[in-house]
Design a protein around this ligand. Structure first.
Ligand SMILES: [Zn+2]
Length: 637
């Protein structure tokens, strides 16, 4: 044992679990290591990328401990294997004219060489790492210009670095198209803006960007190492793929786009390149069981659609495919292996969906279904469907949620007490905190970590100052983290342990809402974002109607505040308005990003108000700002 407030050793119970993994999984099958290394053109001697202020935004330097083949007792051997596979980094040739830069972020940048330059697919999370990745490509393949940018889907790790490789001026002139699936912008805003702050904080638990790296800390994120921490940018798409299948010739490369809505992302698409006999599966078929619900929080995804689109891709393109790859992990080569790979991925999501639905119709509750489901034998021994990212457990609960919601139909669970009050009652019923801890210590000794974590959490919510409860809770979470095959479960457990021992971290690792994303929003989305920032408590009793005029866009909006709700209608003249505010859209962006106050805008003459200025000023003062680091494992301060 180390000191009381640091990470501990794996217990005998945890080590027994690790041994069972070693004995049951096919560690002799090392094909993935060959594939992950195949086609490497070049790599940086050391991957560490900094921003303009010399702050490290991405580094693989913290992972030398993964060089060893021998798994330490504090890591699940299956996850250790995946964590080592995800250490492969550099520029790789996938096939003729197709390259990938891997290991420069959690996602891959794919580069296709066209007639005049290169098509860049998915420019990672942040501009700094995207630039470094593209520089690596150009250092070895020549200084080719970007002739098109493609975003496969609406998640930040597939668009955020765009300004690192593409100058917006070339998009504005129409020289470089930016291609994305239908509903891309709406979904970006829904995920990255409306719920953005909450997701970034919760994402710390999923990806562990601020966890110490090491055999007792963060080792991987399943899909890749972790998330980069540079500048998130966005250039909105100029060409939207709207039909189920669309073929375009871009820079001389024929691309068949297959829309796959409501799969891994609400807006997503596959691509098939007929001349290259190559299939890009975006993020729908990667080397792990993915998340139907990422624990950072998101809308639940449709496992049934996911399976269907994989099957369609396999059926339509699989027979004429020599290599399949995705925007994470490494490719699969050979038509036969591609077919097999896609069939297993398809079956994985279909099994999860159908069996959850079946059990749910028998009346099983989410936790019971999660406990009961196990992969069929044929899938269980297949590395690429293992739960390094999603798990059968939380994914089956998500299928339930998609159909039946959060409520398990037991009225005792319909309106339970909130965490603090519930914690107090539990502790009181169980005979006080000391009695709870005495029982919890006995359970800990027996390896019953799940209930120890739950019971001690009640004590912490009743009394966050109970150091013994915090320590024991941390110890229990930590053992579950050590045993977890899922990297994101491991990260969540270890982040929880870290915060129980030492409180909230000082930094979140990433800014919540990118100014680029705010600027890229349509006015409708923009007013939606504004409405979700209205402080309803302070808006009590306030009411007004504001008419907005945007001369630069030729648009008008009517905004109504009443009953603490902000509603808006586009292109209407109100019957009665308290004020009319006239301003160009960029001024509105600066107001909402708090780069400019409404008073200053009026003084500078970049905004004008006809009628009563008071409600306009009031509106901006009623907008809420969100703290980045809220409490998770203990009561809100
Ligand atoms: Zn991704």
């Amino acid at each position: 044992m180390t000191d009381a407030d640091g990470p501990r050793d794996a217990t005998a119970a945890t080590q027994a679990l690790q041994r069972a993994v070693r004995e049951t999984l096919p560690f002799h099958d090392t094909q993935d290591f060959e594939d992950a290394a195949r086609g490497r053109v070049a790599a940086l001697p050391e991957v560490e990328i900094t921003n303009a202020q010399a702050r490290v935004v991405w580094s693989l330097r913290d992972y030398p401990f993964l060089a060893g083949e021998e798994t330490p007792p504090t890591v699940n051997p299956s996850l250790w294997r995946q964590a080592r596979l995800n250490m492969h980094h550099g520029l790789y040739q996938v096939t003729e004219r197709v390259y990938q830069v891997r290991g420069f972020d959690i996602s891959n940048m794919t580069i296709i060489e066209g007639e005049r330059g290169v098509i860049v697919i998915d420019p990672l999370i942040s501009a700094e790492v995207a630039r470094a990745a593209f520089d690596l490509y150009r250092a070895h393949r020549g200084d080719r210009p970007v002739t098109a940018m493609i975003y496969t889907h609406s998640h930040t790790d597939h668009y955020g670095g765009v300004r690192g490789v593409l100058d917006e001026a070339r998009v504005a002139t129409g020289e470089v198209p930016v291609v994305a699936p239908a509903r891309f912008m709406e979904e970006v805003v829904s995920e990255a803006v409306l719920a953005g702050t909450a997701m970034v904080r919760r994402g710390q638990f999923q990806f562990g960007p601020t966890l110490p790296k090491g055999p007792r800390g963060q080792v991987d994120a399943g899909l890749g190492k972790t998330t980069s921490r540079g500048t998130v940018t966005l250039i909105p798409p100029t060409l939207t793929i709207a039909e189920p299948l669309e073929t375009h010739r871009i820079d001389g490369v024929e691309i068949v786009f297959q829309l796959t809505p409501e799969t891994e992302a609400p807006a997503e698409m596959h691509m098939y390149y007929p001349a290259l006999r190559a299939l890009n599966l975006a993020e729908n078929a990667t080397h792990n069981l993915h998340n139907l619900y990422p624990i950072r929080g998101a809308q639940v995804r449709d496992a049934n659609a996911w399976a269907k689109y994989i099957d369609e891709a396999r059926d339509r393109f699989g027979r004429a495919t020599d290599v399949a790859f995705a925007q994470h992990h490494w490719p699969v080569w050979g038509t036969g292996r591609v077919q097999e790979f896609l069939a297993a991925q398809r079956d994985l999501y279909k099994f999860l969906h159908d069996q959850t639905v079946r059990l749910m119709n028998h009346g099983f509750k989410p936790a019971e279904i999660a406990e009961r489901l196990a992969l069929p034998r044929g899938l269980a021994s297949t590395w690429h469907v293992r739960g390094y990212y999603g798990t059968l457990s939380h994914n089956s609960k998500s299928v339930y949620q998609r159909y039946l919601g959060w409520y398990d139909a037991n009225p005792a669970n319909l309106n339970p007490l909130p965490p603090v009050e519930r914690g107090r009652k539990y502790v009181e019923y169980m005979g006080g905190a000391d009695a709870v801890l005495a029982r919890a210590r006995e359970d800990f000794a027996r390896g019953e970590y799940r209930f120890v974590a739950e019971a001690t959490s009640h004590v912490v919510f009743a009394d966050p100052g109970n150091v013994d409860a915090r320590r024991l809770g941390a110890d229990a979470l930590e053992q579950m983290g050590y045993a977890a095959e899922s990297a994101i479960w491991r990260n969540a457990y270890l982040q929880g342990a870290l915060e129980l021992r030492g409180g909230r971290p000082a930094t979140s690792g990433r800014a919540p809402v990118s100014p680029d994303v705010v600027r890229a929003m349509s006015l409708d989305l923009f007013f939606g974002y504004l409405a979700a920032r209205l402080d309803g408590e302070r808006a009590e009793g306030v009411g007004f109607v504001l008419s907005w005029v945007f001369p630069d866009l030729g648009r008008r909006y009517v905004l109504t505040l009443q009953n603490c709700a902000l509603t808006y209608l586009a292109d209407r003249d109100p019957e009665r308005a308290d004020a009319t505010i006239t301003l160009d859209r960029p001024v509105l962006d600066r107001l909402v990003l708090r780069e400019l106050t409404i008073e200053a805008a009026l003084a500078q003459g970049v905004a004008a108000i006809a009628g009563d200025p008071a409600p306009v000023i009031r509106l901006f003062h009623l907008l809420d700002d969100f703290p980045l680091l809220f409490d998770v494992i203990e009561p809100r301060r």
